[in-house]
Design a protein around this ligand. Structure first.
Ligand code: ZN
Length: 334
């Protein structure tokens, strides 16, 4: 019974929500373990997405210079390796790391360099997704998408929009996503989390994503489910995070199993390893224990994730071969 040893792909993972206590303590020795537990991690059930997002600030406040950005990135690679992840797409918002005088390009350069070191050190393959945030201005969104364009091929693989979908409309970001589409950039977008299916429709119409971050509330509109299947839009599902932000009361009420059975392309992800207080192995265990998921479900979710990954067809093929070989050799009696 070893879910840790099976190879895993993770597509939805926020860098600044994934600091271990070890690296936090190195960056600020004054943060006690208790404080870390209470203010970096979200409660099992927060009041709302906003309450959840407030925890993320503790992470990015510590990531404001090249040394700390590199330490946090390498720390995440250690966590991924320990969790059996073989490929991850790690996302962050460069604009949140300018408080101590770094500029946007420097921030991305440092994190991209740290990703290269992490890959070399751990063997975990990875790419970076740069995020704009819902409350950002049109100008900030454009700056962010232009970073994706200029760092394309230098570890950066895609563009995302995150944060409070209920509080801020799509308007400020339409031109940035138009630019992304015009330039053939890979696009994902958070939607269908705090808001219902209408936010997924709105996101599809304005941001042209090939993947949706969460998107779980699409199940409230079966026409939308059929549309997502027809268009082969992949859902990056993060069960534990959805319980914490109060979308569902418990894992038993989470639609992961329903979505899977609908035949939609989906993967399982942690969202943030610290803030959600969960590993991908533990997410898989929850699905096994609550929905009876076994090798077939987990294998298909990972193969879906490879298909939806932001990489070329030849790299996908190589990753798929590596995944299948490791899968064959792992302990599949769980
Ligand atoms: Zn997220």
């Amino acid at each position: 019974m070893n879910l840790r040893s099976i190879p895993k792909i993770e597509l939805h993972l926020h860098l600044d929500c994934s600091l271990s206590y070890k690296v936090v303590h190195q960056l600020d020795p004054l943060v006690t373990f208790d404080e870390f537990e209470h203010s970096f991690k979200a409660n099992a059930q927060c009041h709302s997405l906003l309450d959840y997002l407030a925890r993320a600030a503790r992470g990015f406040e510590l990531m404001q210079d090249p040394v700390s950005l590199e330490m946090v990135t390498l720390d995440l690679f250690d966590q991924l390796q320990a969790d059996g992840v073989i490929y991850a797409e790690i996302r962050f918002a460069p604009y949140l790391h300018l408080l101590n005088g770094m500029n946007l390009a420097e921030v991305v350069e440092v994190v991209a360099g740290a990703v290269r070191k992490g890959i070399e050190k751990t063997g975990v393959e990875a790419g970076l997704i740069l995020c704009t945030l819902r409350h950002f201005s049109e100008h900030q969104s454009m700056d962010t998408v232009k970073l994706v364009q200029s760092f394309k091929g230098n570890q950066v693989v895609g563009f995302d929009i995150a944060a409070d979908e209920a509080g801020f409309p799509v308007d400020n970001h339409i031109s940035a996503f138009h630019y992304a589409r015009e330039n053939g950039l890979h696009i994902t977008a958070h939607a269908g989390e705090a808001c219902g299916p209408q936010s997924v429709w709105e996101t599809l119409a304005n941001f042209y994503p090939s993947r949706i971050g969460h998107g779980v509330r699409s199940i409230e509109d079966l026409t939308l489910i059929e549309h997502l299947k027809k268009e082969n839009i992949h859902l990056e599902v993060c069960p534990t995070s959805n319980i914490q932000t109060g979308i569902y009361k418990s894992i038993k009420e989470h639609p992961a199993d329903f979505l899977f059975k609908s035949g939609i392309s989906m993967s399982i992800n942690t969202d943030g390893r610290t803030i959600s207080n969960v590993t991908l192995t533990q997410e898989y265990e929850k699905l096994r224990d609550n929905f009876g998921w076994n090798t077939a479900e987990l294998r298909r979710c990972n193969l879906n994730a490879i298909e939806a990954a932001f990489m070329s067809a030849s790299k996908k093929k190589a990753l798929k071969n590596r995944f299948l070989e490791l899968w064959q050799n792992s302990d599949l009696n769980f």
